[in-house]
Design a protein around this ligand. Structure first.
Ligand code: NAP
Length: 488
């Protein structure tokens, strides 16, 4: 891997420099995939481009390590994860700079991500020693039912670019706690964080082959080859719904167990009786964390008629006051988008809404580069059939829609193929809970702009995914129940 000298200088600690594909505990040098800084479009580094053969070598390494890791006492697995948490915390600032450089997010967001990401290792260090079984009497009285939980086996983990550290630890933590060995394929835009974390994992005592990391410019053939290998038993994917659908079809060929964390289209509901300032504070977090590049990002603001105008005015004021710039620059609150393509998509969605009669109250057009910048934007009177009501905007654009009744709010919230997250603001908790019960989503935040928590089950319904990550549920995705029918 070749590193831009400015990037190298930004690492305070050379132990985070990674040097190639990480397979079986060894670094295999290579290049072929440029990593760009979206704030400037300059090249930061080049990482190796793994072939199908490399991927199958990673499966070999994961297989060699599997028996030993599975037999490693849970307490020992827990201590390694706990040390990895400690090392991520010790290197939090360097990791945050790295995330900010390759992803573009503001340093404050990157610091938040590192803390969140590390917490998955601490949480699953604690869960590793609590894997339980079951013991029951058969209703017939003929025998006993004993249920054990085995590690599911070699797991392929695929992560997106928007949370380069957290999406990886949210999978590696429970997989290792459960006793599985893994192959991580990070997004091509943001591989440096994954490689840096692999170095810290090795330092924490993760044995060779337990965690393997590879980057590739051909994710389709490389991942398909791993899924076709009968030694691979699990696919845990976070990314777009479109790629998720393709992978589910591919995994069906060998009946590989799948966990899918896919796209979202979160509604943010504000009722007349809400605390306006609290709703605005929450809206800013739900919309602007990561500059809107989050699967849980509020994508549609539904505001009841009596509070609508005050909400639009308050949101416009707050959004217009945000400072846009390179993520690593002091004072930046909103960094660049990940690619030029992302800016083009946001621009298209905004133009289309405006053509349909919507009105922009702040922002509304891409900023000039270098770098891929789109300003914080508020847009009202958006038609219900606008494309942005149905697609992930994945950027700093807040469309506001007006509603009259609770039933209408629920209907609008559910008018999407997605079902990941939703937000409800009301001072009447029973109303908020009733509305929340009516919304088809895996996660509902009530009077809060943030729901992500390593101790909670994260995931969606409908086309937002299958399974849950985090919490006590997350480890079950990497375990298989084994039932013994027992006569004493
Ligand atoms: P993406 O295009 O689906 O890519 C995600 C990952 O899949 C990347 O590592 C990508 O590799 C890989 N990939 C692409 N095509 C593949 C194929 N044919 N076979 C195997 N792997 C393939 O998504 P993204 O643009 O990186 O991320 C944004 C999306 O992720 C949004 O939809 C967002 O909502 C979703 N997301 C969901 C959650 C959640 O928890 N539900 C969390 C974060 C993000 P390359 O980078 O090499 O293309």
């Amino acid at each position: 891997m070749t590193l831009d000298s400015r990037l190298a200088a930004s690492y305070a600690d050379p132990s985070l420099h990674a040097h190639g594909l990480f397979i079986g505990g060894d670094w295999h040098a290579g290049d072929g995939i440029p990593v760009l800084n979206p704030a400037t479009t300059e090249r930061l580094a080049e990482v190796p481009d793994a072939s199908v053969r490399d991927a199958l070598r990673a499966v070999d390494a994961a297989e060699v390590a599997a028996a030993g890791w599975r037999a490693t006492p849970p307490r020992q697995r827990a201590e390694i994860l706990r040390r990895w948490f400690g090392l991520m915390t010790d290197h939090a600032e360097e990791l945050a700079v790295l995330i900010s450089l390759e992803n573009g997010k503001a340093l404050a967001d990157a610091r938040g991500e590192v803390a969140y990401a590390a917490e998955f290792f601490r949480w699953y260090a604690e869960e590793a020693v609590r894997i339980s079984g079951e013991f029951r009497h058969a209703p017939s009285g003929a025998n006993h039912i004993l249920v054990d939980h085995d590690p599911i086996g070699i797991s392929v983990l695929i992560t997106p670019w928007n949370f380069p550290a957290a999406m990886a630890t949210r999978k590696i933590g429970p997989a290792l706690a459960a006793g599985c060995t893994v192959i991580l394929k990070p997004a091509s835009e943001t591989p440096l964080t994954a490689y840096a974390m692999a170095r810290l994992g090795a330092e924490a005592g993760v044995p060779p082959g337990v965690v393997n990391v590879l980057t590739t410019s051909q994710p389709g053939p490389v991942v398909n080859a791993m899924l076709a290998d009968p030694r691979v038993r699990k696919l845990s994917f976070t990314g777009s719904t479109g790629v998720g659908r393709t992978l589910l079809a591919e995994a069906a060929k060998t009946v590989v167990s799948c966990s899918m964390e896919l796209g979202g289209n979160a509604p943010f509901l504000v009722f007349d009786d809400a605390d306006l300032n609290a709703a605005l504070d929450g809206a800013m977090i739900a919309k602007m964390r990561n500059a809107g590049e989050a699967c849980t990002a509020a994508n549609r603001f539904y505001v009841q008629a009596g509070i609508h105008d005050a909400f639009v005015a308050g949101l416009t004021q707050r959004m217009a006051a945000l400072k846009v710039g390179p993520g690593t620059q002091a004072g930046t609150q909103v960094g660049p988008m990940i690619t030029a393509k992302a800016v083009t998509k946001i621009d298209r969605l905004v133009r289309q809404a405006v053509a349909g009669g919507a009105h922009v109250t702040t922002g509304g057009a891409p900023l000039s580069g270098p770098g891929y910048y789109y300003p914080p934007t508020v847009i009202e009177n958006v038609p219900e059939d606008a494309e942005m009501a149905h697609e992930e905007i994945f950027g700093p654009v807040a469309p506001v829609y007006r509603f009259e009744t609770d039933a209408q709010a629920i209907r609008l919230a559910n008018a999407t193929e997605y079902g990941l997250a939703a937000y409800v603001y009301s001072r009447d908790l029973s109303r908020a809970l009733r509305v929340g019960k009516g919304i088809e989503a895996g996660m509902i935040a009530i009077n809060r702009g943030l729901m992500s928590d390593p101790a909670a089950p994260f995931g969606g319904v409908k086309q937002s995914g299958l399974g849950r990550e985090g919490g006590v549920t997350g480890i079950m995705e990497f375990l298989e129940p084994k039932y013994f029918a027992v006569n004493f």
